[in-house]
Design a protein around this ligand. Structure first.
Ligand SMILES: [Cu+2]
Length: 378
């Protein structure tokens, strides 16, 4: 190919052509939903344009030099080697550009990493594979589990817009309030990432990182765990719902009442069928990842619960396993994440499901027994 200005222009256009085919916003970062995220976006665009100007100047200079000073007949090349003035100029010039970029960048960083107390402080704990949210001042909390159905995950049902980005219980926060997040983890490193808030903070066991937000419009914001944290890393999304302060207040009251109700429930006289119904739901949400829907597990790592001696005959041991977990194995303690009723229900369910009720003693486990276990330990 003959190299002339036209072919150089063609190459440059070829490189940038894809940009004209897709909308700019498809490629670019999102401005997000908070003032901070928009400042970060502004910083990103500012740095981008500085780079763009430098890039255009450097590319144009290169193209010009390549074209102008290419090997030509009858031209004698110049013989100078280096130019102190030129080298010094561009060293100082670029140092100045870098300092110029670092000033606005530092300002935004300091703002983003501000960890002063919020009006509301929420402790976020990453677990394999779910998020736990605790409202520190109000002493209420809950776990937020993926709610995308197994059928969708197994390509048996059509997927929709929020596939793998939906949870059973979103994190609720009020608008126009400074919220501080304290972010940690229980097992391995996770990372709490909500792009609209410009928060992407590692959740590390034994370590508390912080993030904060101030949302001014109600809305739903979605994110994901963004630190590879094991087999179901893609199954622990984040959904945050910003609501009016009134709605938030009634949400907290509801949570507090539920907590009291829960305590009363342990005293209730439970029917087997009630416990099995609750237990099946709890099992689907918490246990199928390892023990499978069929209860067959994935031996030898995840034991089958069908025909398991512990499930059939070892009630005490089974309660202990659920409450304490198994040291050194993937079986975690559920004492914190499930209520007494839920633990009793899931144990009852595993003792009644898959034909286990025929082989074993078939007794049910009552919430009261879980409460007694807790009290005996104290
Ligand atoms: Cu994770």
């Amino acid at each position: 190919m003959k190299i002339n200005l036209k072919s150089i222009l063609t190459i440059i256009l070829g490189i940038f052509a894809p940009l004209s085919f897709s909308a700019w916003s498809d490629i670019n970062m999102e401005p997000g939903a908070t003032q901070l995220s928009q400042e970060i976006f502004g910083l990103h665009m500012f740095v981008f344009y500085v780079c763009l100007v430098i890039g255009v100047i450097v590319l144009a200079a290169m193209a010009f030099i390549l074209f102008q000073y290419r090997r030509k007949e009858g031209v004698k090349p110049a013989e100078f080697d280096d130019s102190k003035t030129l080298e010094l100029t561009w060293t100082i010039l670029f140092a100045l550009i870098l300092i110029g970029l670092s000033i606005p960048a530092t300002k935004v960083m300091i703002k983003a990493y501000d960890d002063t107390e919020g009006e509301i402080n929420i402790l976020i704990t990453g677990h394999q594979w779910k998020w736990q949210y605790e409202y520190i001042e109000d002493e209420v909390g809950f776990f937020s589990n993926l709610s995308t159905s197994l059928d969708k995950r197994n390509n048996l049902a059509p997927k929709d817009e929020n596939y793998l980005l939906e949870v059973d219980e979103p994190l609720i926060i009020p608008v126009n309030t400074r919220i501080r997040f304290l972010i940690t983890a229980n097992d391995v490193i996770h990372s709490w990432w909500v792009p609209d808030f410009a928060i992407k903070q590692d959740a590390i066991p034994g370590f508390v990182n912080t993030g904060w937000t101030y949302v001014s419009e109600p809305g739903v914001f979605r994110g994901q765990c963004t630190e590879l944290c094991g087999q179901y890393h893609g199954y622990m999304p984040i959904v945050v719902k910003a609501v009016s302060p009134e709605e938030y207040a009634s949400f907290i009251i509801g949570k507090k009442e539920a907590k009291i109700q829960q305590a009363l429930l342990t005293e209730k006289l439970w029917e087997k069928s009630e416990l099995v119904t609750i237990g099946e739901d709890i099992y689907q949400k918490n246990c199928v990842a390892c023990h499978q829907v069929s209860g067959a597990g994935l031996p030898p790592i995840f034991p089958a619960l069908v025909g398991s001696d512990i499930v059939l005959n070892g009630k005490e041991r089974q309660i202990e396993i659920l409450m304490e977990g198994v040291q050194g194995a993937a079986m975690a303690s559920y004492a914190e994440q499930l209520t007494e009723v839920e633990i009793a229900a899931v144990i009852t369910y595993t003792r009644q499901a898959w034909g286990n009720d025929e082989a074993g003693d078939g007794r049910i486990v009552l919430p009261k027994e879980i409460l007694d276990y807790k009290n005996n330990k104290l």
